[in-house]
Design a binder for this molecule. Structure first.
Ligand code: ADE
Ligand code: ZN
Length: 340
């Protein structure tokens, strides 16, 4: 029985009251049709029907179409503000949000202004007792080695300037570039005190996860679900305590996984691989963290304790410093809605 006295494993009350941790969420991917329509109507633009996609490649195209409509640094204030409200509604107390600065710089937006707008929204939300949000700057894999180094430098200098950047990462088309090409950027980031976040094993195979570990020194991996096909790799992840941030709805919508019953999350857990739960791009997939939890509870009949353990795994594998991690763990145990 759960500590709020509820009996049903699928108890919605337990889930909604549980403090949550979300470690795999793209800032740009939180822009859903409603927010985009609002942004476009302010400048008299019809957004059109641009969210459609049938597989991972088409998803990346839709992502680009949506992002191109964010043309004013102030749009990012609205995006981050809306995100913080949605996180607070779900009881998310801590999130690590992936942000891809070069997409916007290449379109001529002033990086400092965009970051200022995001930080304003994050600071206002924190002042209201909302979630604490750290940033992971990521590069686009298909843009190559040079862009990766540039992004790692930007992450390092913004961190130095006080922006809450905790990690450097890579997303985009996992199959487009060998990991070797990204080694220099990840080494630079590591030397600057940043953690290393790698999207791998989402549409690629176990080799992609091995490379993330061995070549790039990943501290945590986005998706990594292909690891479930390789027992030695699962042992390695468990031994090194490198977590996989799993996003089941994302995997279904991009067709990385055919049916939820085939999702390897239970196999990973059974093999002691550290796993956290994320929503990836809720604006595109229509599923936020609480929906992901509900999906897992429905599919695998998770108990409230299992859900709570997963949120604690999020705290443990976050890129927060040790004392903040401890506070976050206590906040989950005591069911407090703020970290302090
Ligand atoms: N960027 C946004 N969502 C992504 C995903 N699921 N995989 C790789 N890059 C992404
Ligand atoms: Zn992602």
């Amino acid at each position: 029985m759960s500590d709020d006295g509820s009996r049903s494993p699928a108890n919605g009350g337990f889930i909604s009251g549980l403090p949550k941790v979300e470690l795999h969420l793209h800032l740009e991917g939180t822009v859903g049709p409603g927010l985009l329509a609002r942004i476009c109507s302010e400048r008299g633009l019809p957004p059109g029907d641009i969210y459609g996609f049938a597989d991972f490649g088409e998803f990346l195209d839709a992502y680009r179409r949506v992002v191109e409509l964010l043309t004013d640094p102030w749009d990012f204030y609205h995006v981050a503000e809306t995100l913080c409200s949605r996180l607070a509604e779900q009881g998310v107390v801590y999130a690590e949000c992936i942000f891809t600065p070069q997409i916007h710089m290449r379109r001529g937006l002033e990086h400092e202004e965009v970051v200022r707008a995001i930080l304003r929204a994050l600071d206002e939300a924190a002042a209201r007792g909302g979630p604490r949000v750290s940033l992971i700057y990521d590069t686009v894999r298909q843009w190559g080695a040079e862009a990766a180094v540039e992004c790692a430098r930007l992450a390092a200098s913004d961190r130095q300037a006080g922006v809450p950047v905790v990690a450097f990462g890579v997303g985009g088309d996992e199959l487009s570039l060998p990991a070797d090409e990204l080694k220099e950027a990840f080494e630079l980031a590591g030397r600057a005190g940043l953690k290393r976040y790698v999207h791998a094993g989402e549409v690629g195979g176990p080799d992609s996860v091995w490379e993330a570990l061995e070549v790039l020194g990943a501290d945590r991996i986005g998706h990594g679900i292909a690891a479930a096909r390789d027992a030695a790799l699962m042992r390695e992840l468990a031994q090194r305590q490198v977590a996989l941030d799993c996003c089941p709805t994302s995997n279904l919508r991009t067709r990385a996984v055919g049916r939820i019953e085939e999702h390897p999350l239970p196999v990973l857990l059974k093999n002691h691989v550290p796993v956290t739960l994320g929503s990836d791009d809720p604006g595109f997939f229509g599923s936020w963290l609480e929906d992901e939890i509900a999906l897992c509870v429905r599919t695998w009949h998770w108990s409230p304790e299992a859900v709570s353990l997963l949120m604690k795994a999020g705290a443990r594998h976050s890129f927060l410093e040790a004392s903040a991690k401890e506070k976050l763990l206590q906040c989950i145990s005591r069911r407090h809605r703020t970290i302090e």
